[in-house]
Design a protein around this ligand. Structure first.
Ligand SMILES: Cc1cc2nc3c(=O)[nH]c(=O)nc-3n(C[C@H](O)[C@H](O)[C@H](O)COP(=O)(O)OP(=O)(O)OC[C@H]3O[C@@H](n4cnc5c(N)ncnc54)[C@H](O)[C@@H]3O)c2cc1C
Length: 380
């Protein structure tokens, strides 16, 4: 019995997105990878077709869909064998900050543009010397009457070059306790004192604009704060469950894609050489990997159900994030090996996923941080 109940509408959404990707994404991937950037127009096309921010209520232009739409959107975008168009970060990680914590005025102002793809969002937590230990961030936000003045540098910000709006985590330097010092602010890209760096050249995800962001006496109105002052840290923590669950789904889908492609490739190759079937050793390697993907899928289906029921599953999503991303890296490595010398060529389709999957153990909280969370939950 399937644990997840996809309706006819969910299935239509998947089919529509799959054919959109065939037409609008897949033919352009090579170009985007070479240019190191995905053009803004594709965001608007996605928005026009209703593929962005599906969870946002119809009142603000969204579909008001359940989490299964987010799962479908992520799976279909990942199955393009390209992870530079970071729509799930926008739709299901950043926009939920505005949707959950924004006031009516902020929602009315920003959500319709987020849904239509006219506003691309990013979230800025990481700094040049601050990654895992977010409590020690130094970017400052000093509130003076109706204004907030932000100073500091953020780095490794996905969608950083294309973004129109950034959710920025910054601290009040006058408050010592880091858990009460951090607030979240909405900074529009056109604000004076806000500057974007150029996309950082990376090992993988070449077309994703991972960028530094600079704030120099960047003055925004206090009304751009998300929620009360000093409540940023718990807000970040609250949203990490969904972020890590999505990264676990991303990794599972990458593994699934690589495995399907490799299995198909090996069968065709051996058929071409006149063999009836592929050698037992290769069959067993594929069986072992298929078992790992099946385990990942089954665990994920349970977590998706729990997440949709609003359960607190931080330890379990941390387990899934670390295990699935390590599994996907193992499978990418093993499949590339099974391709032999072809696996060393850029023309081998899984080479891109082999590179792109590497980051999944690092971002959204490194796997060591995930294990630390699980250790705590086990009372260790
Ligand atoms: C492609 C990409 C996109 C990103 N996008 C964003 C984004 O959009 N927004 C954003 O804010 N950030 C983003 N990041 C940053 C990402 O969240 C950080 O890289 C991540 O939090 C880890 O921080 P760090 O790289 O500074 O590693 P560090 O924290 O310096 O860790 C280095 C190593 O030490 C280990 N380590 C650290 N602390 C512990 C501990 N307590 N116990 C055990 N081991 C530990 C880590 O596991 C890691 O192996 C992105 C990063 C990449 C690579």
């Amino acid at each position: 019995m399937e644990m997840l109940h996809y309706t006819a509408e969910h299935r239509r959404f998947r089919e529509r997105l799959r054919s959109f990707c065939q037409k609008e994404v897949i033919p352009n991937i090579e170009k985007w990878e070479q240019e190191g950037l995905v053009p803004k127009e594709i965001w608007q096309k996605l928005g026009r077709e209703g593929f962005l921010c599906t969870a946002v209520s119809p009142e603000y232009g969204g579909l008001g869909g359940d989490f299964l739409y987010s799962v479908i959107a992520l799976e279909e975008m990942t199955r393009t064998n390209h992870y530079g168009l970071d729509a799930f970060l926008h739709s299901d990680i950043v926009v939920p900050y505005i949707d959950s914590f924004g006031c009516e005025e902020q929602k009315k102002k920003y959500l319709p543009g987020c849904v239509s793809g006219d506003i691309i969002t990013a979230v800025a937590m990481t700094e040049p010397d601050v990654g895992s230990d977010l409590a020690s961030m130094t970017t400052s936000a000093v509130e003076e009457g109706e204004d907030v003045i932000i100073n500091g540098t953020k780095t490794f910000i996905s969608n950083g070059f294309n973004c129109d709006l950034v959710v920025v985590a910054a601290r009040d330097p006058a408050v010592e306790n880091p858990y009460q010092a951090i607030s979240l602010y909405l900074v529009e890209a056109s604000t004076a004192g806000f500057k974007k760096g150029i996309p950082l050249p990376k090992l993988g995800v070449h077309s994703q604009d991972t960028t530094e962001l600079f704030f120099t006496n960047c003055r925004i109105p206090t009304k751009n704060r998300l929620g009360h002052k000093g409540t940023g840290f718990p807000k970040l923590m609250e949203k990490l469950q969904q972020e890590r669950l999505l990264v676990a789904i991303l990794a599972k889908t990458m593994a699934e894609f690589i495995l399907e492609w490799t299995s198909d490739h090996l069968q065709k190759k051996h058929a071409h050489n006149g063999s009836k079937s592929i050698p037992k050793a290769l069959q067993f390697a594929l069986v072992e990997m298929a078992t790992e993907v099946k385990l990942a899928k089954t665990f994920l289906e349970k977590l998706i159900c729990d997440h949709m029921e609003g359960k607190h599953i931080v330890a379990e999503t941390s387990m899934a994030k670390y295990w699935n991303t390590e599994m996907a890296n193992r499978i990418a490595d093993r499949c590339l090996n099974l391709c032999g010398e072809f696996g060393m060529l850029e023309s081998c389709p899984i080479v891109r996923t082999f590179r792109d999957v590497r980051v999944t153990t690092i971002f959204a909280g490194t796997n060591e941080i995930m294990k630390g969370i699980v250790a705590k939950s086990l009372g260790l």
